[in-house]
Design a protein around this ligand. Structure first.
Ligand SMILES: O=C(O)CCC(=O)C(=O)O
Ligand SMILES: [Fe+2]
Length: 342
């Protein structure tokens, strides 16, 4: 058997104006979505210079002292912006809190915006780390420029997905209008190479919650994608400039599970620091997701009821953070019992 890989698709065919090249992109994307919901793209619209700038900003951010990072803690707000400490999340049941720290950024939504007033999913102002000093303006500018470039790319990806499902190219446009998305700068310290700790994860095995995720990897590997057919993990070696694109749970339900939202995880045994930047596209929070017409039939009726983006995504968030909280509470309880009996 040849080595299993996540295919690299040349997305430039979509922009080429040549119908045959465009169709080739659509066909390759369809095949990947049917197989395991993961593919990579090169030849897309986001400039390498922007990717490099945002990655450099991420490294600067994480190299700040912990007390500076804590000043912009995610706990300062309820709309998912800011710094998340190591060991805050458990995505895989039965594993330890994850060996990663993150910084969440989204669209700059002022407190006067209807999304903020109506407490819509992950919507509010960003927090910016003053600790970066004179590097702050470029960190902020580069992050926001990159964020909007990736959202433009997301709209193009949704067009390709629509075509791949035999829908009008614009089928997902309303979903993308006013879409909520979150960009997450991630830093994974290196884990001991041959550590006997089988339960430590950079990020535990999980599926993503939203519609699509576009992930930029730095040069260090560690991402693994579950291959159900062969019951093995596929390593996704970083390719300069490429995005790893995957479908989330929302898209799987929307397509009546014709398309896959697949399990993936990160274990950083490289001996090096790993950085990555996923952008999660949830969509317009008020959009009602109902089984796509081309994904259902009399023999294959819709398996899921209609749900708003807001309801679908916020439930999934609450569950994953709740797990880490319970784990920590469990440890605290054990510790207090130990002191009580000492
Ligand atoms: O860092 C990575 O390579 C993957 C991150 C990821 O899967 C996530 O944040 O959901
Ligand atoms: Fe993920």
């Amino acid at each position: 058997m040849s080595k299993l890989e996540i295919p690299i698709i040349d997305f430039s065919g979509f922009y080429s104006g040549d119908p045959a090249l465009k169709q080739k992109v659509v066909d390759q994307v369809r095949a990947s979505c049917l197989y395991n919901g993961f593919f990579q793209i090169v030849g897309h619209s986001v400039p390498l210079t922007q990717q490099k700038a945002v990655m450099q900003g991420a490294k600067k951010f994480f190299s700040m002292p912990l007390e500076e990072k804590k000043k912009v803690a995610k706990e300062n707000n309820t709309w998912n912006r800011g710094y998340e400490m190591l060991r805050s999340q458990i995505l895989e049941e039965g594993t330890k809190p994850e060996l990663k720290e993150g910084f969440y950024i989204g669209a700059e939504i002022p407190e006067t915006h209807p999304y903020f007033i109506n407490k819509k999913l992950n919507s509010g102002p960003n927090q910016w780390p003053e600790g970066l000093g004179s590097d702050l303006p470029s960190f902020r500018g580069d992050s926001m420029e990159y964020y909007s470039s990736t959202l433009n790319l997301a709209s193009d990806l949704m067009k390709v997905l629509a075509l791949s499902l035999d829908l009008e190219e614009t089928y997902f446009s309303k979903f993308m209008d006013g879409a909520v998305a979150t960009m997450r700068l991630l830093h994974y310290p290196s884990q001991p190479k041959d550590g006997d700790d089988k339960l430590t994860r950079g990020i535990g095995a999980h599926t993503d919650f939203g519609a699509i995720t576009m992930l930029l990897q730095d040069t260090v590997d560690g991402l693994q994608v579950w291959d159900k057919q062969n019951e093995t993990w596929i390593d996704v070696a970083p390719t300069e400039g490429a995005y790893v694109v995957n479908l989330g749970n929302l898209m799987a339900k929307w397509t009546n599970e014709k398309y896959k939202s697949n399990i993936h995880r990160v274990i950083n045994k490289s001996g090096k620091e790993r950085y990555s930047i996923p952008v999660f596209v949830s969509g317009n929070p008020d959009y009602l997701v109902e089984c796509i017409p081309t994904c259902q039939s009399a023999e294959n009726p819709a398996k899921f009821g209609a749900v708003t983006v807001e309801d679908a995504v916020s439930a999934a968030y609450a569950e994953s953070y709740g797990r880490a909280q319970l784990y920590k509470q469990g440890l605290e309880k054990m510790a207090s019992q130990a002191t009580a009996t000492a």
